[in-house]
Design a protein around this ligand. Structure first.
Ligand SMILES: C[S@@+](CC[C@H](N)C(=O)[O-])C[C@H]1O[C@@H](n2cnc3c(N)ncnc32)[C@H](O)[C@@H]1O
Length: 381
């Protein structure tokens, strides 16, 4: 087995630069493309990337890349790849696919051809005589992705998407993906010594992600990954990576993180989720409406994902609520405030122009992240 792999961390549109920063912080050089960050690493890098990347969607291992404009070329070049190095004799290997602006445009046909080519190669590699393969072993989900006739074959090393951290027992109506919640926190100037509040906490995602960041707890500490069953990574490497996670966590870091919501049912869910994450004692959740937000603390950070008023009839109520929020937060001139919404008139209802805006997608909804930077603390604070 080789000891250097080409790896991809997939990213939601607009989050590529954050994923790239995370990959670099893990110690791997990388390049950025649309929706992905490409880096090279050994098998341990696969474990680390899965465990540590807060804003990536999943980790994939690139098996091969080539140009193909006919099914013959797709079959032969797929078969020529060293599948036996990756897949054991009993591997379960479903094939998914996508094709964009390519001559091979029928995705089901491409999937079937890749499947047939890999079956052929595996039978040859392991000298299997029977007609079909058992596929009762570990899962190696193959993806054939074709863009402008360039084929890329990858194996998914994450399994369930990385946004599933394993702590969300329950959720509200419009929960944020954990990856986006982490991104929202990482885009602020928050450091763990400052107060942090989410006035629209819903199921608690932003506050929980902030606490994980604040104590440098790996987001994947609480879940499994499909590549934990891969023989060529093995238990010892995964144990080492999990050991690193324990060593790097800073459980002694005090935190001042609060979440509020107008809906008391959401507060119960948020508390439950925080306990599930092992952070129950660290985050304070209380029922409160945003117009009542007040604090004597200074130099804190607010991150909020309020209702957007997307549905007909909700707008006037949401706009009134934005006004109330603007009034309540007006005096907090040392606090930095970050609000994600798709409502284009947000600044006028909130009553202030943002210091900076950043375009982000919340699922398929185009949003802006409105950033209001607070006063800087005097040098001796
Ligand atoms: C889009 S959801 C937030 C979802 C949350 N980020 C999560 O991941 O679960 C908006 C939340 O704002 C709450 N909300 C609506 N109006 C509010 C108000 N005036 N004050 C405080 N919270 C409010 C809703 O109850 C809802 O839970």
């Amino acid at each position: 087995m080789k000891n250097k792999f080409k790896l991809i961390a997939t990213a939601a549109m607009g989050l590529e630069s954050l994923v790239a920063k995370e990959v670099k912080d893990l110690g791997y050089d990388c390049t950025v493309d649309n929706g992905k960050v490409i880096f090279y690493g050994d098998a341990l890098a696969i474990c680390r990337a899965n465990l540590w990347l807060r804003t990536a969607d999943r980790i994939k291992v690139v098996v091969g890349e080539f140009k193909a404009t006919t099914f013959d070329q797709l079959f032969e070049q797929t078969k020529a790849l060293p599948w036996g190095d990756y897949l054991p004799e009993d591997a379960e290997f479903p094939v998914i696919g996508k094709s964009v602006k390519s001559q091979l445009s029928s995705v089901p046909d491409c999937q079937a051809i890749v499947k047939k080519a890999v079956v052929n190669k595996i039978k040859q590699h392991y000298n299997i005589q029977s007609d079909w393969l058992d596929e009762k072993g570990a899962v190696y989900k193959i993806e054939v992705a074709i863009l402008k006739d360039n084929v890329q074959l990858t194996i998914d090393a994450s399994g369930i998407g990385l946004h599933k951290r394993g702590y969300r027992a329950d959720q509200g109506e419009a929960p944020l993906k954990e990856t986006l919640a982490a991104a929202l926190v990482m885009l602020t100037n928050w450091t763990p010594d400052k107060p942090f509040a989410d006035p629209f906490c819903g199921s608690g995602t932003i506050a929980i992600e902030a606490a994980l960041i604040g104590q440098n707890i790996a987001p994947g500490f609480n879940r499994d990954f499909v590549s934990e069953d891969w023989h060529w990574i093995g238990d010892a490497l995964w144990e080492r990576a999990r050991q690193e996670v324990e060593e790097k966590a800073n459980y002694d870091q005090p935190l001042d993180i609060s979440g509020y919501d107008i809906d008391h049912r959401m507060i119960s869910i948020a508390k439950e989720n925080a306990f599930e994450a092992g952070l129950g004692e660290l985050i304070s959740f209380k029922q409160m409406q945003v117009s009542d937000f007040t604090t004597k603390k200074e130099y804190g950070v607010i991150v909020g994902n309020p209702p957007y008023g997307e549905r007909l009839g909700e707008r006037p109520e949401v706009e009134k609520m934005y006004r109330g929020m603007g009034k309540a937060l007006k005096e907090l001139d040392t606090w930095s405030i970050y609000i994600l919404t798709s409502h284009e008139g947000f600044e006028s209802f909130f009553g202030r122009k943002a210091t900076k805006k950043r375009k982000l997608f919340n699922g398929f909804i185009k949003t802006d992240y409105y950033q209001y930077w607070g006063k800087r603390p005097p040098r001796n604070i």
